[in-house]
Design a protein around this ligand. Structure first.
Ligand code: PMP
Length: 335
């Protein structure tokens, strides 16, 4: 066993996350299901990668200058990543977030020194939506850039240049399928494009929660949502610039109940404390694994994203009253 290399910069802690074989999901699918441990990033989510690439891209373009400000609208994780990267490079951050996100994310952003602006949840067509509010704030702030994670393709470039090559190397060039959910779409599109560049035959599947429009878009060309979900950070209703040209071969839809069951099993049986998007990702990976087994591939290997830590959701997913109020099943050990 070799120890990870010593690093010269805290920013080098972003990426190069471990990949772990998930026992329960592998047994359920009848193949190998691997989880990319994105909760091991310094900001405890997959969004640290997008944050670093967006900031480096803005520096390279000359739009972000020393002492400047980074403004972003986010469900929280991108803000946490941006705040850490900004601290390491001497920038300020202003984060606009819908007030429906978890209390832990708000507390974390304040603790990291970001200026937090909370807005009521609103549809994208409403000018008060957190994304539009953040764009306006960036325009009004001297020396500020708008990170614009949804339509800034530096986001997906992070996954083309880091996540995909890491997966390819960690699985020694043998990977049959990859799936994850989409928020901005940066992860699914970037990993999809990156893996296809290594091997065109890797199956890329979108996993969608209910309440999002992408499942129907990839299944029948129509952006149409059905049902709803309490999962944070995922669920998209439009084709963002990051999603344009994403090489999606197939799609699955996974309910909150099914995702929560995986969250509970991964915690109780494998010692991994994760957020709900990770549970939905694992549900999608099991569905993809079963499909690849059914088409006759021998012992296929499927990878997915363990997107963030469950410690970010102690007041929601891991809280009996909250689960009960949402009509969701309560983990037996919380009863
Ligand atoms: N899971 C969580 C917990 C997230 O915060 C996000 C980002 N919004 C995603 C998944 C989706 O990642 P992406 O934006 O790359 O589609």
């Amino acid at each position: 066993m070799t120890a990870p290399a010593a690093l010269r910069s805290t920013l080098d802690l972003i990426g190069n996350t471990p990949l772990v074989l998930l026992k329960g999901p592998s047994e359920a699918a009848g193949c190998e299901i691997w989880g990319k441990c994105e909760f091991a990033n310094p900001g405890a989510s997959v969004k640290d990668r997008a944050a670093l690439w967006i900031v480096r891209d803005a520096e390279a373009r000359g739009s972000l200058r020393p002492g400047g400000t980074i403004v972003e609208g986010t469900a929280g994780n991108t803000g946490i990543g941006l705040a850490l990267v900004a601290n390491a490079l001497g920038y300020k951050t202003v984060i606009v977030m819908p007030e429906t996100q978890s209390r832990e994310k708000m507390d974390t952003l304040r603790a990291l020194g970001a200026e937090l602006v909370l807005v009521p949840a609103a549809p994208f067509s409403n000018p008060g939506h957190f994304v539009h509010t953040s764009r306006r704030l960036a325009e009004e702030t001297e020396g500020a850039i708008w990170a614009n994670q949804f339509d800034n393709t530096a986001n997906r470039k992070a996954h083309i240049e880091s996540t995909a090559p890491e997966l390819w190397e960690q699985l020694e060039g043998r990977i049959d399928g990859f799936t994850c959910t989409a928020g901005t779409g940066g992860t699914i599109a970037g990993v999809g494009l990156g893996l296809k560049a290594f091997d065109e035959s890797v199956t890329i599947a979108l996993t969608d929660p209910y309440g999002a429009a992408l499942y129907n878009y990839y299944a029948c060309g129509e952006l149409r949502a059905e049902g709803n979900s309490v999962a944070e950070g995922i669920g998209q209703s439009r084709i963002t610039a990051n999603l344009e040209g994403a090489p999606i071969d197939t799609q699955f839809r996974i309910s909150d109940e099914a995702g929560l069951e995986w969250v509970g099993r991964l915690l109780h049986e494998e010692g991994l404390c994760l957020g709900l998007s990770s549970g939905i990702n694992v549900g999608g990976a099991v569905a993809l694994g079963k499909q690849l087994v059914a088409t006759g591939r021998s012992r296929p290997r499927v990878a997915t994203i363990l997107a963030d830590t469950g410690f970010r959701y102690l007041s929601t997913l891991y809280d009996r009253e909250w689960l009960t109020a949402k009509g969701l099943p309560v983990f037996p050990w919380l009863e």
